[in-house]
Design a binder for this molecule. Structure first.
Ligand code: URA
Length: 242
């Protein structure tokens, strides 16, 4: 699709007239890929860029990408009726956008959770074929050693016979009950099951990065922000500008 002026994109979506759109843009209420654009003549491709007004996609059908620091005690998706999920923590303007997590976290797991309504983007993150690394900080009962790291690197077989892809176990020098696990797939309770299979049950688990995108240290538990285009590129380590 050809590039269009931002005020025209907003007007074409039926969100506002062109003159109203220019006021909204000047007031900093319009974002592209999570970044405010205040130049009314800015040009973008509406088929590609996630244009939002007050955080909500214009035209109602736009794509939305959010990074959340998931707190413990809430679900990562909205599938289970009465229980509170991360979606319930978001402001009302995100309701009805069809957001879902790009890779679930357990209720007691904290850290980087990406929410989106873009199914292709989600698939790229979670499919083992793309090798997008998911890195977790953990604490276990017991001490880990080089044999545990070698078992992870070999591709572990879990207690139920599931064969895992090779994974990376880094044990902290200062405390052998802590470290990082990097996975290239996302099976149910995978980190907990891998460490349990080594006789080291998990006490705490936090996702710290997905691909090259790290959890924003400015986000306290429960806080969120929209992903920029650069953030999204970081996940796949492509065209990253900083
Ligand atoms: N592995 C787990 O065991 N739990 C999570 O939440 C994520 C990865």
């Amino acid at each position: 699709m050809p590039l269009m002026r931002l005020d025209r994109i907003i007007a074409a979506a039926g969100t506002a007239s062109r003159s109203e759109a220019r006021k909204l843009i000047s007031a900093g209420r319009v974002t592209i890929g999570g970044r405010a654009v205040t130049e009314t003549g800015f040009r973008a491709d509406p088929a590609v860029s996630a244009v939002c007004l007050d955080g909500r996609p214009v035209g109602g059908a736009g794509k939305c990408y959010i990074m959340c620091n998931k707190p413990a005690g809430v679900l990562s998706g909205a599938e289970s009726g009465s229980q509170k999920s991360v979606i319930d923590l978001l402001p009302a303007r995100y309701a009805g956008l069809g957001l879902f997590p790009a890779g679930r976290l357990d209720k007691d797991t904290t850290g980087l959770l990406i929410l989106t309504n873009d199914g292709d983007f989600c698939h790229e993150i979670i499919t083992p074929r793309k090798h997008v690394a998911k890195r977790y900080a953990f604490a276990v009962n017991g001490k880990l050693d080089k044999e545990d790291a070698a078992a992870f690197a070999d591709g572990m077989v879990l207690r139920d016979g599931t064969k895992c892809l090779p994974a990376v176990l880094e044990v902290a020098d200062s405390d052998a009950s802590r470290g990082f696990v990097t996975l290239f797939e996302g099976r149910y309770h995978q980190v907990k099951r891998m460490l349990a299979a080594r006789g080291k049950p998990v006490r705490a688990l936090e996702r710290v990065s997905v691909g090259g995108l790290e959890l924003d240290p400015a986000l306290t538990p429960g806080a969120f922000r929209e992903l920029t285009e650069n953030d999204r590129n970081k996940i796949f380590n492509r065209n990253v500008t900083k």
